[in-house]
Design a protein around this ligand. Sequence first.
Ligand SMILES: [Mg+2]
Length: 352
Amino acid sequence: LRSEAGIIERIWAKLPTGDDEDRRRWLEIGVGDDAAVLRGAPVGLANYGRTADWALSTDAFLEGSHFLTGIHPPGTVGYKALARATSDLAAMGAEPRFFLLNLALSPTRTARWLDGFLAGMAEAAREFRMVLIGGDTSRNETITVNLTVGGTVSHGRALTRSGARPGDGVYVTGALGAAQLGLELLLRGRSAKEERQLLKAQLHPKIQVEVGRWLAGASGWKPIASAAIDTSDGLSTDLDHICRASGVGARIFAERIPCVQEPAWRRRRGTDPLRLALHGGEDYQLLFTAQGTVPAQYKGVRITRIGEVVPLRALSRRGNPRHGERRSSIELVRSDGSSSRLEPRGWDHFRS
Ligand SMILES: [Mg+2]
């Protein structure tokens, strides 16, 4: 099994590669040739009688940078790699369809580790209804997982970062900070029964595909969101992305932010749920802006209004960026009524 051909055969055997009727509508040639061939996305791949657009994204998941084999079991690595890549399709309002897997492993990882990895990835593929349509394998001392994901969205309805306008509300799904807290618990080697939900947020994140499609108008109603992003880096960083792309500011209220609930033993040690919610990454919730009223939940996923979009000139001038950083586009109003600029302090690979 330690030949490349054997590994590829195992990948094809374990991951859904698709030969059902739905796939035949859009997939001309899948795994097994030099390239996959997609058909033009016809009406019927998108809702509401419109033609479909393809949404594509690529994502690297690297041992040492994004996961640690000591605390992330192989099934977690496989599941999470596909979930985090597909979360970017959710943020565009797209329906996931396919992925290409580019996997590099050391020979010691080609037996049990690979089986666990593929089982986790297959679970995610079935959950998001995606098929493997191609990829590549190679040998490398550390594990690298590169994924390209694709999905369909009604023509012209993909959610972008650039549509936020003053007067829109700022909304977020679920709770924030759970994945970061889960990581901190894992790194400390603690895991009590009450912490299982937190570890799950880190090891087996739930992504918001259904909410994303609803926000883009796939339900047949008019689109709901004016702009959207998934919270992969942290609220302070991801909201800043929307503000910059849209040329607007945002005012958010600390007491409205749905923070992770910490176990009591941990709260006593003075960790700050607000810090985790503002700057913790990997939650894969959807952060979006919308005009008018948005329901408080969709299919059981909580939706919280945390603030509003404002013109840049309306923002508080208090709070200074660190040396060399641009001034943030977000104002945070604290529970005592004081407010200051919120600098993006989420995940950044290249920040020293
Ligand atoms: Mg994203």
